[in-house]
Design a protein around this ligand. Structure first.
Ligand code: PLP
Length: 357
């Protein structure tokens, strides 16, 4: 049986200081955090307590050897102001997939989902009211054992923090297809949501931004031809009326939005083919007038339309209109706020009363 989550509430809520019409991105946090410790082979002491800094030993193994993974998910508000989660069990499964790859212990799926539900139940007043806003949830795990030496740590912390996010300004994005740096190679950690993957992406992303692009379009490590993914998104192309997306080959993060969008597109009557796609193909499709739409998918923005892709001396310009992408975006947004039927069973309502004891 799952251990009960002990709740200690703050006496100094910061809720009154928040201007929900102007939330700075990523710097505002809610009052509480969920914390659980892994010691002697088991998860112990699950608790929700006031958000605070955590004393960390300078030899904590995550700081040296990078055993650190995370997830990203959002709580929205549905009918009757009910807080809603979107496919949280999928985040739990991916979290454990990441944990296995990084030699870290798995978190029981039920504990992961319950932790997220209970922190959302407690912090539901932090979900911004405006359409398109959400409470961003960041579950993460890191090795906190103080030890110098290369082996799996024996103690870890699993934590969930929450940050309100205002309506995401969904401007079209410009991508830079990277031919020098890579994100992931076969056999590497690309399919894990490991902190180090993001550290390695920082320099190439800064360089792409300096060239006037928004994000890097990652190509495969061996030939620099096969399209992998974008920044923190997976990618879709509409060619001759149907969709293609890179097949997940072990070096691409299996996006939950990607999976949901494949389901929605098929439901709307489109064919979606998951296969290796080269950048040269996309250039040719564009030159032949067959490239109709392209977009990225991810929890942060749901769907981001792509304006152009720079590759060596070429600039692939996408058509201005994105009718199908817009339609899928709207369907996804409306499912997340219960304005449309949740016919795929993706939405998990969070009960408020029983949690706040
Ligand atoms: C590298 C990477 N690819 C793709 C995604 C999209 O995944 P999801 O749709 O689950 O947010 C993310 C975001 O989590 C990501 O970090």
């Amino acid at each position: 049986m799952m251990q009960q989550i002990k709740i200690t509430k703050t006496e100094n809520s910061g809720l009154g200081n928040i201007d929900f019409s102007n939330i700075p991105l990523g710097t505002t946090f809610t009052d509480h955090m969920f914390v659980c410790d892994y010691k002697e082979g088991t998860w112990v002491n699950p608790r929700i307590e006031p958000l605070a800094t955590i004393p960390t030993h300078p030899a904590a193994m995550a700081l040296h050897y990078g055993q650190a993974i995370f997830e990203g998910m959002k709580a929205t508000v549905g009918k009757n102001k009910t807080p809603l989660l979107f496919r949280p069990e999928q985040n739990a499964k991916r979290f454990n997939h990441s944990a296995r790859r990084m030699g870290m212990p798995e978190v029981p799926e039920a504990l992961f989902v319950e932790a997220v539900k209970q922190i959302v139940a407690l912090e539901h007043n932090w979900i911004p009211p405006q359409l398109g806003s959400a409470l961003y949830l960041r579950p993460f795990m890191y090795a906190d054992e103080p030890f110098i030496g290369m082996r799996a740590a024996t103690s870890y912390k699993f934590i969930v923090i929450c940050s309100p996010a205002g309506p995401f300004f969904s401007k079209k994005i410009k991508l830079y297809a990277e031919t020098e740096y890579i994100r992931a190679a076969n056999g590497g950690t690309g399919e894990a949501k490991a902190a180090g993957n993001y550290a390695a992406a920082i320099l190439p992303t800064e360089k792409a931004k300096a060239k006037g692009y928004d994000q890097v379009l990652w190509l495969d490590a061996k030939e620099h031809r096969y399209i992998q993914e974008v920044g923190t998104m997976n990618i879709f192309f509409k060619i001759d009326g149907n969709f293609i997306t890179p097949s997940t080959d072990g070096s691409i993060l299996k996006g939950i939005t990607r999976d949901s969008v494949i389901t929605l597109l098929k439901d709307k009557g489109f064919t979606v083919t998951e296969r290796p796609i080269t950048i040269d193909e996309i250039i040719q499709f564009s030159k032949d007038g067959r490239l109709e739409e392209a977009f990225g998918t991810g929890t942060a923005v749901a769907i981001a339309m792509i304006e152009s892709i720079g590759y060596k001396d070429e600039e692939i310009i996408l058509p201005a209109n994105n009718p199908v992408s817009e339609d899928v975006k709207q369907t996804l947004d409306q499912i997340k706020t219960q304005e449309q039927d949740d016919k795929f069973g993706w939405i998990i309502p969070v009960e408020i009363e029983e949690k706040v004891s």
